[in-house]
Design a protein around this ligand. Structure first.
Ligand SMILES: [Fe+2]
Length: 217
């Protein structure tokens, strides 16, 4: 979605510009997280659109997806760039990134609507996620959309010890976790966008992942 879309308020555009600047800064710090954020935002927008959301709601999902991992700026680079299996301690530190993201965003004007979405973007439909172990519709729908979009991007991107899948293979892998990790309605919407080829060309596949977090269980 372009920022010039009708029905998007000026304040939303200002917030979007601020967030894009923030992601650009993260991109300079950690190239993978920056590019991953842009692709996740594109996929999440497509899914929100497929779910029938009006433009302002799609834009909120897009903006939240852009900054969903902003808290990784506070995670040590040795963990973000690690190519071996994460230790329990590494994992505990990495799991702080939604809270760190909220801390960063809450200092910026006009971001209140983004905070719960960012905080809960690693919650799972069956309650097995973090930070609070929310389940089902307790999890903001925007967070449920971002989780699916995030995973789709992770699976279709080159990673150090997990093979990259084509979109069709990624769809199958995500479908396996529908109803456990993912909201089934969101998985259906991703499938619909994939069937419509709406996901094609939304993001480059040339960035080598240096992040060790975004894996399916
Ligand atoms: Fe994340």
């Amino acid at each position: 979605m372009k920022l010039g879309t009708p029905h998007i308020k000026d304040s939303d555009r200002e917030r979007a510009n601020l967030l894009e600047d923030l992601v650009a800064a993260v991109n300079a710090h950690d190239r993978y997280t920056g590019s991953h954020s842009y692709r996740t935002a594109a996929y999440a927008s497509a899914v929100a659109h497929a779910l029938g959301y009006p433009p302002p709601a799609v834009e909120l999902v897009r903006q939240a997806a852009l900054v969903h991992d902003i808290g990784k700026i506070g995670i040590p680079e040795r963990i973000l760039r690690k190519t071996q299996e994460l230790t329990d301690e590494d994992r505990s530190l990495l799991r702080l990134h939604p809270d760190l993201g909220v801390s960063i965003l809450s200092r910026l004007p006009g971001t209140a609507a983004l905070l719960p979405i960012v905080l809960h973007h690693h919650e799972h439909w069956d309650g097995s996620g973090y930070p609070l172990g929310l389940r089902g519709t307790e999890i903001p729908i925007e967070s449920r959309i971002i989780l699916v979009a995030d995973s789709f991007d992770a699976i279709t991107t080159q990673r150090p010890y997990s093979r990259m899948l084509e979109p069709a293979g990624a769809m199958e892998e995500i479908a396996l976790c529908s109803g456990t990790q993912f909201d089934p309605l969101v998985v259906d919407a991703l499938h619909e966008t994939h069937e419509a080829a709406a996901l094609d060309g939304l993001g480059p596949r040339t960035i080598r992942i240096t992040d060790s977090e975004d894996r399916l269980p």
